[in-house]
Unconditional design. Structure first.
Lengths: 619, 172
């Protein structure tokens, strides 16, 4: 049993004010959850004391599931129903998945996002990820014996809009309030406390199981400004495993045919790779089609077989530096993230490239979750002294298809978010009354070379001569890096908008059904959950309004104050007297609407105050 | 102060071309520190929406203020001499001759050294034009002349991009 904690008088925040906020690193090979406890970020262990949760979900008969370590052990024996590395399939179509013939899964081609056929039916990568996230959510709630207020979930900086949106959907499916999606390298920089370090430029080299990210950040005055980011969302430790496996199979003169063989090879390659970080030579051993095979591999064999992969990461580093308009000498320090940076050849290559010893004193597996926890704690309002601000950028340009299959870029990569950009377009034919808009992401000029994010139509344009209509298309990218697009014909005012979401073959009914049959470890029924969530939202809204009134109540007239007080009283009443989630939601929404003008006024006030304060200083 | 204020008012800077980049950066960060949606993550959806609007507006102003070319174009527009780059392409003959000479030099460039030489020339032309813009906007108060110089600078920047992509073709 955990020891009860007693804090110093006057030091502890009111327990009812303190919100459980966690950072979640949803990784390709494993995932972690971390939280700030007593001022220190730490990863939360499971009941067996393990902090790492393998990102593996095994589907059993009768709707059962195994998640994590148990599932990971079944990879070789039940490969088709045991899904690992689901992160690689998030927001991806079948054709996007590299080396899929070497994976043991039964892929199903679905528009927007690939699905996986298991004995429990077809599963989207979003559902698989939601199982992992829900497991981490329950771990956090068990640890604190309280509901989770919210989480910061990390994504590779190089993830495109579809991959980010899929990640956020997975978290929501797991019943998690997403405070923010942040980039993994930025989270690592927070964990290293680079905001306290001397001002300067840092690089974060993040080689995970399935993705590679490089970010160039500038720290100054407690602000983390991402200057440039790059990488490869299909390059990671898995590729090193595969290169090692290919080397071994070639040496043995064998090939892996069955799903079992493929999985066995994968597990053996991974074990050999990990051993080679500590020793110079190891035996690669596996059971293939019932027969034991073995071949000796040295570290230099492994390094030679994977040198092209390491060079690919350095090419991305060079490109990011070019984007940042910086030379490698400008970089003051390099942070290493991801289990794959344990490989000696990686540390050596990065050290030689930058001419400086990389920072490796934090556990590379935990560093991302720890940084996310620090950010979550601050976003939840637990750390009033926290003065950290992240100014992140969009990793890939966003644009729209124009005549001739060309892409007109509207938001350029490495622009600071949130951002909104507009561009005017016109009609192509006389009397044209509709416009098909095709939203794309990528750096290439041809539509065919970019990722298609969404299509939508603007209808009801009054008939005009070709070129007379003025259609303003606005791209808005929020602080999570997620895109929405709107189009408006200026003369008639006809409008259309779309939240860009990848489709993954799930209808709203299916999602509702999934939430209903709940997750492996959840027993509470839908009603109870909806009620609990409505209560949490209501409490959150009441607290926010209360603290806003305490800080800036003076901005309101007596009448306005009375109206807000009445709305708060009504919500408190509903909360106390009702077990109806819908009634509580309605009262919460009423308070939100009723305080919108006050919120706007407060923002104006705070900005004015900020400017006024600074002017006095400069005079 | 409100969202419709011009960029200079929003950043509390004098409405002129000459600006210190460091001061713009510092003010950008100070403003984002107040308005960024992360500052309001623990509050309601309404506060988030408004914070987002402010934060977007601050980033928009920052993009325009920090780039001398965009800043100059914006000032011309504020002073009643919009750039209209698409419709107004008339340039002095001497300038067009120089452009043609540069294009030929780029076509003939065979090595990084050739490109470097061209890059140096471009840098000089850029600096000279920027000095002219500063003079027109901040001293003689001639926005129409400044707008002509901005259009010339746009030609130079577009050409500079072509030089950059050539550098990349040559393997940087």
């Amino acid at each position: 049993m955990a020891l009860l904690q007693i804090s110093e008088p006057g030091q502890s925040p009111d327990p009812h004010q303190r919100r459980v906020a966690v950072g979640i690193d949803l990784g390709t090979t494993h995932s972690l959850v971390a939280a700030v406890r007593n001022g220190v970020a730490e990863c939360l262990p499971d009941a067996q004391g393990r902090v790492i949760l393998p990102s593996v979900v095994r589907y059993l008969d009768n709707n059962g599931r195994q998640i994590g370590h148990e599932a990971a052990q079944a990879q070789a024996s039940d490969p088709e129903n045991t899904i690992a590395s689901a992160k690689r399939f998030m927001g991806r179509g079948l054709a996007d998945i590299a080396n899929r013939d070497k994976l043991p899964y039964r892929f199903v081609d679905r528009p927007g996002m690939v699905a996986l056929q298991t004995r429990a039916g077809e599963k989207s990568p979003v559902e698989v990820s939601a199982e992992i996230l829900a497991t981490l959510r329950f771990r956090a709630e068990d640890t604190f014996n309280d509901d989770l207020y919210g989480a910061v979930v990390t994504v590779p900086a190089y993830f495109d809009d579809a991959q980010r949106q899929a990640t956020k959907d997975a978290a929501q499916l797991a019943g998690i309030n997403v405070l923010r999606l942040i980039n993994e390298p930025t989270a690592a920089a927070i964990a290293y406390g680079l905001d306290n370090a001397s001002e300067g430029v840092y690089a974060v080299y993040d080689l995970g199981g399935g993705t590679f990210d490089i970010s160039i950040l500038r720290m100054s005055l407690g602000v983390f400004e991402v200057i440039a980011t790059g990488g490869d969302s299909a390059l990671g430790g898995d590729d090193y495993d595969r290169a090692l496996a290919d080397w071994a199979l070639t040496r043995l003169g064998l090939s892996a045919a069955s799903a079992q063989d493929k999985a066995a090879i994968k597990v053996a390659a991974r074990a050999a790779k990990e051993a080679l970080s500590a020793t110079d030579s190891v035996a690669f051993e596996a059971v293939l089609s019932g027969a034991s095979v073995s071949v000796n591999i040295t570290r230099s064999d492994f390094e030679a077989a994977t040198a092209p992969l390491t060079e690919r990461t350095l090419a991305a580093v060079r490109k990011a530096l070019r984007d940042a308009r910086l030379a490698r000498e400008d970089v003051q320090g390099v942070v290493m993230v991801g289990g794959s940076t344990r490989m000696p050849q990686i540390q050596r290559a990065v050290g030689e490239f930058f001419g400086t010893e990389p920072l490796i004193n934090l556990n590379p597996d935990e560093v991302v979750a720890l940084g996310a926890a620090i950010q979550a704690n601050q976003l939840a309002g637990n750390d009033s002294a926290g003065d950290l601000l992240l100014l992140d950028v969009i990793p890939l340009s966003l644009g729209i298809e124009t005549m001739g299959g060309l892409v007109e870029r509207i938001v350029h990569r490495n622009e600071t978010i949130p951002t909104a950009k507009a561009q005017d377009f016109t009609t192509y034919k006389d009397g044209q009354t509709a416009l098909a808009l095709h939203v794309l992401q990528g750096e290439r000029d041809l539509v065919a070379d970019c990722r298609s994010l969404a299509r939508f139509e603007l209808r009801g344009i009054p008939p005009m001569a070709a070129g007379a209509a003025r259609i303003r298309v606005t791209f808005t990218v929020d602080a999570d890096g997620l895109l929405s697009v709107s189009a408006r014909e200026q003369t008639s005012g006809v409008e259309a908008r779309i939240d860009v979401k990848p489709s993954y073959g799930l209808t709203d009914e299916q999602i509702a059904a999934m939430l209903k049959d709940s997750f492996a470890t959840a027993e509470d029924d839908m009603k109870a959950r909806a009620l609990a969530e409505a209560r949490v939202d209501a409490d959150r809204m009441l607290l926010a309004t209360q603290s806003a009134l305490e800080a800036d109540g003076a901005l309101l007239t007596a009448d306005e104050r009375q109206a807000v007080d009445a709305l708060m009283a009504r919500l408190r009443e509903t909360l106390a007297g009702s077990h109806d989630a819908a009634a509580i939601e309605a009262a919460t929404e009423a308070l939100a609407r009723g305080t919108e003008a006050f919120a706007a006024e407060r923002m104006n006030h705070s900005i004015q105050k900020a400017l006024a304060g600074r002017k006095v200083e400069t005079i | 102060m409100n969202l419709q204020d011009n960029d200079f008012t929003l950043f509390g800077l004098p409405e002129q071309f000459a600006q210190e980049r460091a001061a713009i950066d510092t003010r950008w960060k100070e403003l984002q520190r107040q308005a960024h949606p992360d500052r309001f993550a623990a509050q309601g959806a309404a506060a988030q929406r408004i914070a987002m609007q402010w934060s977007v507006r601050i980033n928009e102003a920052y993009q325009r203020l920090k780039e001398p070319l965009k800043r100059a174009a914006y000032l011309c527009e504020l002073r009643g001499a919009p750039i209209n780059a698409e419709s107004n392409t008339a340039m002095p003959a001497a300038f067009l001759m120089e452009q043609m000479a540069w294009r030929e030099a780029l076509d003939d460039a065979a090595s990084a050294a050739d490109l470097d030489a061209l890059d140096v020339q471009l840098g000089r032309a850029r600096q000279q034009t920027l000095r002219g813009i500063a003079q027109s906007l901040d001293e003689s108060g001639n926005a129409a002349e400044a707008a002509r110089q901005v259009r010339a600078l746009m030609f130079i920047e577009r050409f500079a991009q072509d030089v950059q992509s050539r550098f990349e073709q040559l393997g940087q």
